[in-house]
Design a protein around this ligand. Structure first.
Ligand SMILES: [Zn+2]
Length: 298
């Protein structure tokens, strides 16, 4: 009896350790590593991984597909994003609503409940909603998504590559379905889907150091409004370097950009909280030029 109780107690403690500690730490670290892999595939899309375009595309297609990203489709829309970053008319993604000069932020923008809801929604669903429905994206005349070769996002020449991306995703989805059938949906959820959500969360937070997180902060930070374009110039400049741009020392970047170099030292979660509360729309200054827009802090 006593031995049975002890064994059961030990089993319960082990289960608690596994569910309460080991799985969450696996999700965190697996999400972090997979975000790194995601970033390597992104570099491939920019032709920065290798001098060989074929190798860039092979590696990018392989890794982005494993992370359910349509490699070529996003490569093309993302290239145009870099070409037109910060343009209210031409940018591909994170296009803020433009309001007339003097428009105040909506009253609920600083409400903590709204902010938490907005952050959860954005971090979990932002990336798939962008790919599927072009949420926050460039305004097209018809439905734009990243899986349809005839989507208005793509040129005629790009359609075949959109199809290749789709076929690669079908293969990965079939593999995941087979794994789910063999090991169960809960296993698939814990092993793949939760880390996948963690990766998407880092992607949506716009700051290049981490990736929506990476992306969101990069497009909203107040200090980046004017130097923002330069930060992209710098990024593109770095892409010409033989090593990964992320390894370019800060000193070298400062030297190139001088006083235009901006660095945000806030904790990324603090930055996300603050900017979701202050970056609802852009508007021109009351007495400034009409074609320059700013996020409104009030
Ligand atoms: Zn990029």
């Amino acid at each position: 009896m006593g031995g049975g109780w002890t064994a059961q107690h030990t089993l319960q403690r082990t289960m608690w350790l596994a569910n309460g500690l080991l799985w969450p730490s696996y999700w965190f670290w697996q999400g972090a590593v997979a975000t790194g892999v995601w970033v390597i595939a992104h570099e491939c899309g920019h032709g920065a991984f290798s001098n060989s375009e074929a190798l860039n595309d092979a590696v990018g297609l392989f890794f982005h597909s494993l992370l359910l990203v349509p490699y070529y489709s996003w490569k093309h829309s993302h290239r145009r994003h870099h070409q037109h970053t910060g343009s209210a008319e031409l940018d591909e993604v994170f296009v803020p609503p433009v309001q007339p000069a003097g428009t105040k932020q909506p009253w609920y923008q600083h409400n903590p409940v709204y902010r938490i809801g907005h952050i959860l929604f954005q971090q979990v669903l932002g990336w798939p909603l962008y790919l599927l429905f072009n949420v926050s994206g460039h305004s097209y005349k018809s439905w734009a998504n990243h899986f349809n070769p005839y989507s208005p996002i793509f040129t005629k020449r790009e359609r075949i590559e959109v199809l290749i991306s789709d076929l690669a995703l079908v293969a990965v989805a079939a593999g995941l379905a087979l794994l789910g059938r063999s090991f169960g949906f809960v296993w698939l959820l814990k092993t793949y889907l939760i880390p996948y959500i963690v990766v998407n969360h880092w992607l949506v937070r716009r700051g290049w150091r981490l990736a929506l997180m990476i992306a969101f902060l990069q497009h909203t930070h107040h200090a980046s409004h004017s130097p923002h374009l330069l930060s992209f110039v710098a990024r593109n400049h770095q892409l010409q370097l033989p090593t990964s741009r992320n390894s370019v020392p800060t000193a070298a970047r400062t030297q190139v950009l001088g006083s235009y170099y901006a660095e945000d030292r806030r904790n990324v979660f603090q930055a996300l909280w603050q900017e979701v509360g202050t970056c609802a729309h852009v508007a021109p200054d009351v007495d400034g030029p009409e074609d320059v827009y700013w996020f409104q802090s009030q």
